[in-house]
Design a protein around this ligand. Structure first.
Ligand SMILES: Cc1ncc(COP(=O)(O)O)c(C=O)c1O
Length: 396
């Protein structure tokens, strides 16, 4: 038989999706599965985005421009200006989701075996993109006891080698929910300038900040223009995960020109999805105010309920809609599978993401799970009750 690539063989499975067959089997057995494993919000997509696709008179569904339509990018630049981020349409490439922006960014800045330093736990697919690009992920550990704050800057500096091309952060963080402060961003900015490397910030959850905290974008840092690369997406912002639209943003002209060549190879981002995403940019601020209120209520319920369970430790999220919980078990992979295969409470069970897949360091996160609080408050309460009872019965 012809053989597949070594790269393919080492490609990690997504910890968020790998248990799906067990969830499907549970559903076939008539068990309801509450999905806390995936960041698919239940929030309604803004109506004007849906209407824009219905109410247009396209006769030929053509390719769009490689970098996304001029009107769309001009409107995106206005969105950033409203957020006090000053970029032009020419600094933006529209991509097929933040996912493609991540892969373009890695391919643009790194050659095979180059290194990118990432605080762990991190969005698990960074491992997948890095493997596909031949890039080595160098983790720096952030800790649950510190709420997953930025590790000491010396921990980053120790890891910098001639092969280091960038530091990659996610702000606010998936899976940690941690929101980096302006001071933390400034420390990173100083470090990347000192070592002449890139700072890549995945800011797809920019709007989701709680407790009156504001988001510190790397694009606001003066003097960081040549180093800063932002990954962005409409997926979570407007609950449009299926649109598959994201953006790559940088003031570094060489970076954008080089990324454009990767973008040209895949021709263009999807046309209908750009129409929907452009209309979504008119979403009134009241939408975000409502959505934020809902997420804060969900977070508060989730944390309060989890805190009632003996032996469970949680970091308090200040942004995004995820939290890492440490459980009184040894192997969260086994526990998560057992929840789907062998446990139910009144014919309901919970699907969670085992956290080990969000770490690059072998052995870390084994007793942790990631919970996405993307469901209504009642479902979250039921889900935590199920977890509580499950932990009493689990003999792993
Ligand atoms: C931190 C982070 N970055 C990027 C993505 C990719 O998003 P998309 O490709 O849907 O824009 C996700 C999706 O969950 C994410 O959580």
């Amino acid at each position: 038989m012809p053989s597949v690539s070594n790269k393919g063989l080492t490609m990690p499975q997504s910890p968020i999706r790998k248990l799906v067959p067990f969830a499907e089997n549970a559903k076939k057995r008539g068990v309801t599965v509450i999905h806390l494993n995936i960041g698919q919000p239940d929030i309604k997509t803004p109506q004007q985005a849906l209407d824009a696709v219905k109410n247009n008179n396209i006769n030929v569904l053509e390719y769009s421009r490689t970098e996304g339509s001029e009107e769309f990018r001009t409107k995106i630049a206005k969105y950033y200006a409203k957020n006090d981020i000053h970029v032009n349409a020419a600094d933006i490439i529209v991509t097929t989701g933040g996912s493609e922006a991540l892969s373009f960014a890695m391919n643009t800045i790194a050659d095979t075996d180059d290194e990118i330093i990432i605080p762990e736990p991190f969005y698990a697919n960074y491992n997948g993109f890095a493997t596909a690009c031949g890039v080595t992920v160098v983790p720096v550990v952030s800790k649950l006891e510190d709420n997953f704050a930025l590790p000491p800057i010396e921990d980053f500096e120790k890891l910098i080698t001639p092969r280091t091309k960038a530091i990659l952060i996610c702000n606010p963080g998936n899976p940690t929910g941690y929101l980096y402060s302006k001071e933390e961003i400034q420390k990173l900015a100083t470090l990347v300038k000192k070592h002449n490397i890139f700072l890549v910030a995945d800011e797809v959850y920019r709007e989701f900040t709680y407790d009156d905290k504001t988001h510190a974008s790397i694009l606001k840092e003066e003097g960081l223009e040549e180093h800063a690369i932002v990954i962005d997406s409409v997926s979570k912002r407007y609950s449009m995960c299926g649109a598959r639209i994201g953006y790559l943003v940088s003031k570094n002209k060489e970076f954008i020109a080089t990324s454009m060549k990767f973008a040209q190879a895949r021709l263009s981002p999807p046309t209908y999805a750009q129409i929907a995403s452009e209309a979504a940019l008119d979403t009134p601020d009241s939408y975000f105010a409502e959505v934020k209120t809902e997420y804060v209520a969900r977070r508060n319920i989730l944390i309060a309920e989890l805190e009632q369970i003996e032996g469970v430790k949680i970091a308090r999220p200040q942004g995004a809609f995820y939290c890492i919980a440490e459980l009184p078990i040894k192997d969260a992979d086994h526990f998560a599978q057992w929840l789907l295969e062998d446990f139910n409470l009144n014919n309901e069970t919970v699907m969670v993401a085992p956290a080990a897949g969000f770490y690059a360091t072998e052995g870390l996160g084994k007793n942790q799970i990631r919970i996405a609080y993307v469901l209504d408050q009642e479902s979250l309460k039921r889900a935590v009750r199920i977890l509580k009872e499950a932990l009493k019965s689990y003999k792993g």
